[in-house]
Design a protein around this ligand. Sequence first.
Ligand code: PMV
Length: 333
Amino acid sequence: MTSATAVAGTNIALVKYWGKRDEALNLPATGSLSLTLDRLGTRTRVAFDGGTGTRDRVTLDGAPADPKVSARVSAFLDRVRARAGIDRAATVVTDNSVPTASGLASSASGFAALALAATRAAGLDLPPAELSALARLGSGSAARSIFGGFVEMARGARADGSDAIAHPLEAEPRDPWEVRLIVAITAAGAKAIGSTAAMTHTARTSPFYAAWIAGVDADLAAARSAIAGRDLGALGVVAERSALRMHATAMAADPPIVYWNPATIAALARVRALRDESPATPAFFTIDAGPHVKVLCGAADAERVAAALAGVPGVLRTLIAAPGPGARIAEAA
Ligand code: PMV
């Protein structure tokens, strides 16, 4: 096989990953826990067809990718080529289901889809755990998008990163937990500072970094047991705590990293108000390396939560996502 197409959904961490124990191998300083979504995904086709003749040709959302993106994709393909024993350049065509510049398009779904498409196109058929370790080399969060539903990423202990892999927490449950994640978009445009640079800067300069790292295992244990017991309130408490601690740690960096805008804060207040209203709507926020707010709630409350968030000044758009499957082959040629 010389070409393959894969699709992957993004994932949103409920227990955040924010810090690396090894920058070269992209090994996380802690574990993390996420929900893979059915929306906000990536479709990627890879063909080892010689590319431009000497170099990989990378098209992102219909246009030639900028040199930084191309270099990151080529570095990733180099690992796949080395493993497969091939040296041909590739053509990569990748499309995100939201515009890349929206600040929502995610490296998680991108590198998960690239890992699967590139390995298959190179003639490799890696088991999911190995795909997860490979995707991690592109982006830490991508290791989680190899799997569907609730997923835990292990910190791992080995220096080579072979145990820094993700695994699904519920292997294809017969009656999946009907949660929803509402995305409230609060700004147009890409994020101000990328996650790798921000994590590294936080680790080097934030006096809160050690405390942040020390608290993650307890959050993971609490989230795991909340998911096992399908306790939305317990999971929501952990998700909010993890997101606020991650952001507090970054805000304490020197100079500070502040991802929020006024609509971010207004959306948090609206989520809290939903819980305080009568009847109460159980809904819980999380925030990634950007100003958007993502809200976890039950499927039956999704429309109401989305409408409440749409009414928040500064919220530009909302969308409702459900749990989705892991990375998969869409077609092969
Ligand atoms: O793996 P990256 O570089 O996409 O970083 C992910 C960082 C957060 O989204 C903020 C947290 C997470 O665990 O996904």
